[in-house]
Unconditional design. Structure first.
Length: 365
């Protein structure tokens, strides 16, 4: 019985084991060598002003709400009216599964799954979430390019220890955004490039040959056609979505600033702290780690040492990661459970149909 369940849920079991492993290694990295200083760290964390910490928590809620506002707004442009609270649940589902899966790959499929349960057509949900992804990553690219073009002094002064990771983050996110835009606006060119890459990979035995793989690739890429049409016909909507996404992203970046102020520190300006946190998000966004665990902590310890000082660095990092990642994780986990109850239940057969719709949505367009 247990073996059968594991076999059916092999991917979920792997993700759970991977998450636990990364979490354990992160805890070891963070607390290794602290010995008896844990009590000292706890005492310093208790010194933090709760008013500032409350502002940090509000920022996290606004961060999650920001995406739900975008989803609600864009669904209305399709003539689909849905409750804001329901859209908030969609957002929580996405963030929760993104937090627990490598490279945040699990978020959007599950959002589409719950949207479909609420009778929202899969092609519409796909277009909405594709635009959310493009603008979400575009804001990170904008931050990186701003620093590279207009604030190189910040880079040389504050990022000396992580320059390689920082530039890698920019390159990966730029390629990701350009790749998505290429898929959206130049489907034929993108299709040829992807299919050529697949054929070459099979020829040189980098991946195994599978019957029907090329056909599935062609079908899956056709879904971008509707996104292109929507982008061309709703430019004011896209501009508004981009502005909301900028505010959403910076709400997240401000968490560390409020934690800094909670310790009564004032030596470093708001701009520096917010941009340092943005740099961490940019650097880890494309890495195949749930929530950037491990790398985020390492980067924090390097670039925030001059900001928090040695005495408050560990307490500051623990509070920052607890509020910015783990609070988001547990909040969204609770809302995901509620979403499973609140959003229309379906039979096992209907659930299988929904998942088939998601997998073959391109063929239905």
């Amino acid at each position: 019985m247990i073996k059968e369940w594991i076999k059916k849920n092999k991917k979920n079991v792997f993700n759970a084991i991977f998450l636990i492993l990364i979490f354990s290694l992160t805890l070891y990295y963070v607390f290794h060598g602290t010995d008896g200083n844990l009590s000292d760290m706890w005492e310093k964390m208790q010194m933090a002003d709760l008013r500032w910490l409350l502002l940090a928590v509000i920022c996290i809620v606004l961060f999650v709400y920001g995406e739900s506002h975008i989803i609600h707004y864009m669904l209305r442009t399709f003539g689909i009216r849905t409750r804001r609270f329901t859209c908030f649940l969609y957002s929580c589902v996405g963030f929760f599964f993104s937090c627990i899966t490598p490279s945040a790959t699990g978020g959007q499929p599950m959002q589409i799954y719950y949207m479909r349960k609420n009778k929202i057509p899969v092609p519409v949900a796909t277009v909405v979430l594709m635009i959310v992804t493009i603008t979400y990553k575009a804001v990170l690219v904008m931050v990186g390019l701003w620093l590279v073009i207009f604030d190189r002094g910040f880079i040389h002064e504050r990022l000396n220890g992580i320059l390689l990771v920082f530039y890698l983050g920019i390159v990966l996110n730029v390629f990701c955004v350009l790749g998505m835009l290429l898929l959206v606006f130049h489907q034929e060119l993108a299709k040829k490039m992807v299919l050529t890459a697949v054929k070459l990979s099979e020829k040189f035995h980098l991946i195994r040959h599978k019957e029907g793989r090329l056909k599935r690739f062609e079908a899956s890429m056709d879904r971008y056609a509707q996104t292109a049409l929507y982008l061309r016909e709703h430019i004011p909507v896209i501009v508004k979505v981009l502005i909301i996404t900028i505010l959403q992203r910076f709400a997240y970046f401000f968490v560390t600033y409020f934690i800094y102020r909670s310790f009564g520190l004032k030596g470093t300006g708001m701009y520096v702290i917010v941009m340092l946190q943005a740099v961490i998000s940019l650097s880890v966004d494309m890495l195949p780690l749930p929530g950037g665990m491990g790398v985020s902590e390492a980067l924090f310890n390097i670039i925030f040492l001059p900001v928090f000082g040695q005495a408050l660095l560990l307490p500051g990092m623990v509070l920052s990661r607890t509020l910015s990642f783990y609070t988001e994780l547990f909040l969204c986990a609770a809302c995901t459970v509620f979403a499973h109850i609140y959003i229309g239940r379906c039979t096992k057969k209907e659930a299988q149909t929904i998942m088939q719709d998601i997998q073959h949505m391109a063929e239905k367009n």
